[in-house]
Design a protein around this ligand. Structure first.
Ligand code: AHR
Length: 786
């Protein structure tokens, strides 16, 4: 926000305009009734100008607004609006017509420039109250475990009475715990997607990294080795127009030149494992010859294969390489053995041992770590990746299916390159393989509100005349996933790609934490209505902005209610203190309105660790969500995956490198809750012998029953720095107890020091009785499986 300028409308409300940057032909508009809550801003598009600097707003008695702004070359323009959303085409006016509105005032002894308005005392008092309340909230939200010694000094021995009322139950969602996969932190290429060759398509470009790395070009990760050879990138007559770049290696002497790929931090192979190599090749000039492919480390080949000589036209060739030894950081060596110019593209190496042995599949250990969470659904492909950095960067599902060479690689807005090898087909296949519901998210016709790439900066909207095509793309996705393999166009295509039976898609997400501006609203409702009209059974999941409160949150929920949207995706990354004091966040939600999907959340403590403190905050919140499982239908921690040394965001749920998967403490909370969940909530209460603020709020209990297995799961969280003697009243679970009055149970306990990043749950078999004493360890999550 630069150069904000305010005016008061005849009806008493406030309107504000501001400059967004020094190059967009847009300024921002927003309004407020009380100078506290501001409507999400829109960005009117000013045709024919190169910038909108220092906009100044005025308004006449009829409520018509006029905005005067400057451009980079010093010209002045005016535009007008009746509704403060649609503005007239800007008209150049004399420079002298630019109004001067800045005044000087003395504030706290300092002279400042700005605007001066006379407001009522009631308005001032309201602002003061809001500010004071925010200070108080910030104090609670700022509480951290590192201060617990002082905070809880002198507490008596704590005793909690935990009562389980098996007679008081309610139906809850059986899909509460899922996962959210986004290609952030190298989660896809170099991560879950098992491809071992980096930049296999020679499509890296400086635009991927916005010029931050001068070496990030089409030849990135590749080097030429040997004597008497050269190589270059060409674009004429490529394998496919969506992949214009390819490499041409010019070999002078036979067997003297090789192209080497360094993989993603090296290529990691294991002795005895087989690897599928493939390449598109054509001999352009010269005699040519066979192509030798090897995996080399420290000058030694650990695997080798030879391909036939390429033909004069593009042809896909393949070979299997079997590793004779382990190598943690090998390179792939591609050696044209004859002389002349040979063209190479889509140079690929996959382990045969992918998850479930799928071709073009997923890294087995990482995929297994996800499967072990027993997620009930998977949201993909973003996050911000779904709505993109600028309108041109919106993720288009149709560009991610079909043969790899036809898929359209793209800049990843997290600052790297996405091949889309892990595309919609693979996402759906993975969901099917692990038995969870796919939840694809499509942009709501707007790009990310933090967009900085090319025109339409900020949250631009797809021009309305192009929206029908965009809406059709969304409808086509549902037909592709669910359509009949013989009678529907997109179902036929899916069948041709290898999946004749439908994927049975039930959910579609529209939008990702967007600004709930008018630009958004028009496009979002157009998509939501079209989907519901054609596919009434599809559950549409809308959005309520990027925060747990405030103007987008309120506007998102207003739209949900007015339009009866099935489910709303909320996002909030919050401090430990926020989670402690918001256990009741969903208690007052409308039981007859839209369901909630908490699509992104995590506890963020200073330094962004994933440790016992943050994991227990998430466990506290899950207990609250289970208790409200009649309105909270789904939830997913975010982000999911992060490759060491390539993270743009912390904390994440699972870290990894090429050799190892490193689940966090938070992962184990999600895993326990994903594995031990139910579809019925059993009323559970917890009373503690201390009413000092912050004590009860650090304790939680939740009990659920799985109606299929009859198992009951009691979850207990203690986020205090001391143990709590628990008295569990379980007598209402009478059907569990045998004649001798005991029942077999399994206890899972996750505990450690507040900053422990390595804690793992421990399991033991125990006997529980109707009146049962259990001490909740300091900083712990306990789960009783009865
Ligand atoms: O989870 C990381 C990012 O957080 C997501 O891309 C976005 O939706 C949110 O801002």
């Amino acid at each position: 926000m630069y150069n904000p300028n305010l005016t008061r409308m005849p009806d008493g409300t406030w309107c504000c305009v501001f400059q967004v940057n020094d190059h967009a032909n847009q300024f921002a508009v927003t309004r407020s009734a009380d100078l506290v809550k501001w409507q999400p801003q829109d960005y009117p598009y000013m045709e024919g100008v190169n910038s909108c600097l220092a906009p100044v707003l005025s308004c006449d008695a009829a409520g018509v607004c006029k905005v005067s702004f400057k451009t980079r070359d010093g010209s002045v323009y005016e535009t007008a609006s009746r509704d403060f959303y649609h503005f007239s085409k800007p008209r150049e006016v004399a420079v002298s017509a630019y109004p001067s509105v800045t005044e000087q005032a003395l504030v706290d002894g300092q002279t400042v420039n700005g605007q001066v308005f006379k407001v009522t005392y009631v308005e001032v008092e309201h602002m003061v109250q809001v500010a004071e309340s925010a200070v108080y909230q910030a104090m609670l939200n700022g509480e951290l475990a590192r201060d617990d010694e002082a905070r809880f000094d002198g507490l008596p021995l704590l005793e909690a009475t935990i009562s389980i009322e098996a007679g008081k139950t309610k139906k809850i969602s059986d899909k509460l715990i899922g996962i959210f996969f986004e290609d952030i932190n190298y989660a896809a290429d170099g991560g879950l997607y098992a491809e071992l060759v980096q930049n296999r398509d020679f499509e890296y470009s400086e635009a991927d990294v916005k010029g931050r790395n001068k070496e990030w070009k089409a030849d990135f990760a590749w080097t030429l080795e040997g004597k008497g050879g050269t190589w270059e990138i060409r674009t004429s007559e490529p394998v496919h127009e969506n992949n214009p770049n390819y490499a041409v290696v010019d070999v002078g002497q036979p067997e003297q030149v090789a192209l080497l790929n360094e993989g993603f931090d090296g290529i990691c192979v294991r002795k005895g494992e087989k690897y599928d190599f493939s390449v598109f090749a054509k001999q352009l000039e010269g005699k040519g010859g066979k192509i030798r492919v090897s995996l080399v480390q420290d000058g030694r080949a650990v695997a080798r294969a030879v391909l036939a000589a390429p033909a004069p036209g593009w042809k896909k060739m393949s070979a299997v390489l079997k590793a004779r030894a382990d190598a943690d950081h090998a390179s792939l060596k591609v050696e044209p053995l004859g002389t002349g110019k040979v063209a190479l593209d889509m140079i690929s190496l996959f382990p045969q041992r992918t998850f479930k042995g799928r071709k073009n599949g997923l890294r087995a250990d990482l995929a297994q770590a996800l499967a072990d969470l027993k997620p009930k659904f998977m949201r993909f492909p973003g996050g911000c990746v779904a709505h993109g950095d600028g309108l041109h960067d919106i993720y288009k599902w149709k560009e991610t299916i079909g043969p790899l060479e036809t898929r359209k690689p793209q800049r990843n807005l997290w600052g790297y390159h996405q091949t889309k090898g892990l595309g919609y087909y693979e996402f759906f296949q993975f969901c099917e393989d692990i038995g969870c519901e796919p939840l694809p998210v499509l942009a709501a016709g707007v790009c990310c509100q933090n967009s900085s790439d090319r025109g339409y900066g900020q949250q631009g909207g797809i021009p309305m005349d192009k929206m029908p095509d965009y809406v059709q793309d969304v409808l086509d996705l549902i037909e592709w996933a669910n359509g009949d393999a013989k009678t529907t166009k997109w179902g036929r295509l899916r069948a041709g790609q290898g999946h004749p039976s439908p994927f049975n898609l039930k959910y579609v997400g529209i939008g990702n934490e967007d600004l709930i501006s008018k630009t958004f609203e028009e496009r979002y409702l157009m998509i939501v209505k079209a989907v519901k009209e054609k596919y009434p059974d599809i559950v549409v999941c809308g959005t309520a902005g990027p925060w747990s409160e405030g103007s987008d949150y309120e506007a998102g929920w207003r739209l949900a209610k007015e339009n009866k949207i099935d489910m709303i995706d909320e996002h909030y990354y919050q401090t430990p203190g926020w989670f402690i004091y918001h256990q009741d966040y969903y208690d007052q939600y409308d039981r007859n309105g839209s369901k909630v999907y908490l699509g992104e959340y995590a506890a963020h403590a200073p330094g962004r660790p994933n440790n016992i403190e943050t994991a227990l905050c998430e466990a506290l919140h899950i207990c609250g969500m289970e208790r409200n499982g009649d309105v909270v239908a789904m939830s997913s921690y975010a982000p999911l995956l992060a490759k060491e040394y390539h993270t743009q965001w912390n904390p994440d749920m699972i870290y990894f490198n090429n050799k190892e998967v490193k689940p966090t403490v938070g992962y184990y909370v999600q895993r326990l809750c994903g594995n031990y969940c139910g579809d019925e909530y059993i009323e559970s209460t917890l009373a503690v012998n201390e009413d000092r603020k912050g004590v009860r709020e650090r304790l939680a209990v939740s009990t659920v029953r799985d109606s299929k297995t009859g198992k009951v799961y009691v979850k207990m969280v203690n986020l205090l720095n001391r143990p709590v003697k628990g008295k569990l009243h379980l007598s209402s679970l009478k059907d569990r107890f045998g004649e001798e009055g005991g029942a077999d149970a399994r206890l899972h306990v996750l505990t450690g020091n507040r900053d422990d990043r390595t804690a793992r749950p421990k399991e033991s078999d125990i006997k529980v009785t109707p009146e049962f004493d259990y001490e909740l360890p300091a900083y712990s999550f306990s789960l009783l499986e009865i």
